[in-house]
Write a protein that binds this ligand. Structure first.
Ligand SMILES: Nc1ncnc2c1ncn2[C@@H]1O[C@H](COP(=O)(O)OP(=O)(O)OP(=O)(O)O)[C@@H](O)[C@H]1O
Ligand SMILES: [Mg+2]
Ligand SMILES: [Zn+2]
Length: 274
């Protein structure tokens, strides 16, 4: 048969994958992409904490780590094990709890110190497969944790999940805010709806006198959000307990401490999102 060139196997497979992606995403209520301009501002912590909070509020939640170079979700959430393959031929997310499933590249890599050196097309392909080939089931929320910046990963998410909403994390100082403006412009360019900005590491409560110490300044994110005309979802203070429980893979343990200021901050952010 003559090959007209329009139905190469590549196109066909991609078309099939598009259909699988569409079918899987149709079962998900809201899709939230957590991103930032700068690294280390707390994206993975925010993504994990929000996923935990939503799941504990009775929502069905999926948490997807697309930070292929430095996947941290598995560490923060102390994921012990891989995908749920109990049913033959079906791959489901790692079951953190009844309401929360997690997928991270680290679950496949095994060794936590393996460096992933992947080029653009491989990253795009891996992210698409995380959505097409994994049986996420019916979800109220899919939270996606991205690496910093506006590279292949957030772009692939924006293109693969057209109705995703961006949650942009920043710290209060100007050097971080300058990068956030880039993230906001990226969202506008690729038509990604902006859910809002979270100002993380916003001040520290002095353990000695209880006064607020503005280490990175405070309110910069709020002002920037107003200038750029995007909603501010909340400000989360610096809390050494957050670092400690993140390091121990026990973010969930923090939620059992109702007096922590971070918990009040997260509660407000959660209300803003819902
Ligand atoms: N509110 C907070 N108070 C104190 N420490 C925090 C807070 N939020 C995050 N951290 C800590 O900051 C560090 C970086 O956080 P995290 O890994 O979530 O950032 P990230 O933006 O995902 O980084 P990357 O850009 O490398 O992906 C971690 O040690 C984490 O525990
Ligand atoms: Mg991260
Ligand atoms: Zn003090």
């Amino acid at each position: 048969m003559e090959n007209t060139g329009c139905h190469t196997p590549g196109d066909f497979e991609r078309g099939q994958q598009d259909k699988m992606i569409e079918a899987n995403l149709a079962r998900v209520g809201r899709k939230i992409l957590v991103m930032s301009g700068k690294g280390g501002v707390g994206k993975s912590t925010v993504a994990s904490y929000l996923a935990l909070l939503l799941s504990m509020n009775g929502k069905k939640v999926g948490l997807l780590d697309v930070d292929l170079h430095g996947p941290t979700i598995a560490r923060l959430m102390n994921v012990q094990g891989g995908f749920d393959t109990a049913e033959a031929g079906v791959v489901r997310p790692y079951r953190f709890s009844d309401n929360l499933g997690i997928v991270s590249l680290e679950m496949i890599l095994g060794d936590r110190d393996t460096a992933v050196i992947w080029r653009g097309p491989m990253k795009i392909s891996a992210i698409r497969q995380f959505i097409s080939d994994i049986e996420w089931g019916d979800l109220d929320y899919l939270i996606v944790d991205a690496p910093p910046g506006t590279g292949d990963e957030p772009l692939t998410v924006a293109q693969t999940i057209p109705d995703a909403e961006a949650l942009i994390v920043t710290t209060p100082q100007e050097i971080s805010l300058a990068d956030v403006r880039k993230s906001i412009n990226f969202c506008r360019q690729v038509n990604l709806k902006i859910l809002g900005v979270v100002e993380n590491m916003s001040g520290l409560l002095c353990p000695h006198c209880g006064k607020d110490v503005p280490i990175f300044g405070s309110g910069g994110g709020v002002k920037m959000a107003a200038d750029m005309n995007v909603p501010i979802l909340g400000q989360i203070p610096i809390d050494p307990e957050m670092v400690d429980s993140g390091d121990r893979g026990d973010l969930k343990g923090l939620m059992e401490k109702p007096d922590l200021k971070v918990n009040a901050a997260y509660k407000r952010i959660l209300e803003g999102i819902i």
